[in-house]
Design a binder for this molecule. Sequence first.
Ligand SMILES: *Cc1c(COP(=O)(O)O)cnc(C)c1O
Length: 351
Amino acid sequence: MLTFAPGPSKVYDALSTYLQDAFNEGILSANHRSGPFMKLYQETESLMRQKLHMPEDYSLLFTSSATENWEIISQSIVESASFHIYSGSFGKKWIGFAQHIIPGSGGIKIDANEEIDVENLEISEEFDLIALTQNETANASQVPMSVIEAIKEKFPEKMIAVDTTSSMAGIEFDFSLADIWYASVQKCFGLPAGLGILILSPKAIEKTERKGENGRYNSLNFMIENARGYQTHYTPNVLGIYLLNRVLKDMPEIQHIDANLRVRMHKLENCIAKTKSLRMLVTNDATRSTTVMGVTGPEEVITKVKSEAKAAGMELGSGYGPLKPTSFRIANFPAITNEEMDRLIEFLSKY
Ligand SMILES: *Cc1c(COP(=O)(O)O)cnc(C)c1O
């Protein structure tokens, strides 16, 4: 069964080789304070620069998941309170975690088709961090880089943190627009779940040091201290880090992946526009996600498409939450080959 679910999603076809290599190379038993692990960490960070264009002075940290990153940001970076701009379930979960740690955290909810109105956006003094879900996996919407840029220009004194769990390694980012970027590997990286990625600018590290939060197993100061020597604060998911390293090594530079995903997205949009009863879930081009495509239609058609897809060996992602009966989602992730995407598009064209 080929899955188009947007997480956990299809893993790269080369994974079986990578797994065998990990075993053969002995990395799975390597001590995380040893030379081979430190080399793996250092090389993976440098591959993030080469392939994803992470800036030279930004640091790569390993966590367990994007969910853990939600907590770490409030616990260890936010000094007064965070302000969240969100449209769907993942953004809503993030503000929920933030308010649990810092009750004064606030924000605004917008519609999936609504562009953030930066010109009229007011964020008061008490908020020192702006939280954005760049790609909202739940409702298939996204915040373009140009909007993040406008927010940065309007609020230069506030720090921006960006959830890119379902877009990092799929679309190209301008990392210089924000100080905190994070993801987990079971989406666009095409890897099995169990590893989170946290990327910090020097300013984000400075802010963490100024806050000085310490004493928890995942206190960011403790993590940063270890990362300086390419070590981790606890015995890490070495297999996950090894697989990430191999995926990065084998992937083309991000601008090529980005261009290919956009071509596939337009093909799918054209196909859906020509169908009798299906439409794109997000109607606004400016907020429609590139990596997670939502398709909507009458409930009976959606049910039929999903079951007939299954019979044809393809699993579609269900709609999320309240959108479940009337939509499905398609992961336009790089581990899905162009041939596989074409096969799906051809299948959908008959509805
Ligand atoms: C999947 C997802 C998460 C949660 O990721 P975990 O690795 O399960 O913690 C958070 N944010 C977004 C946007 C996601 O798509």
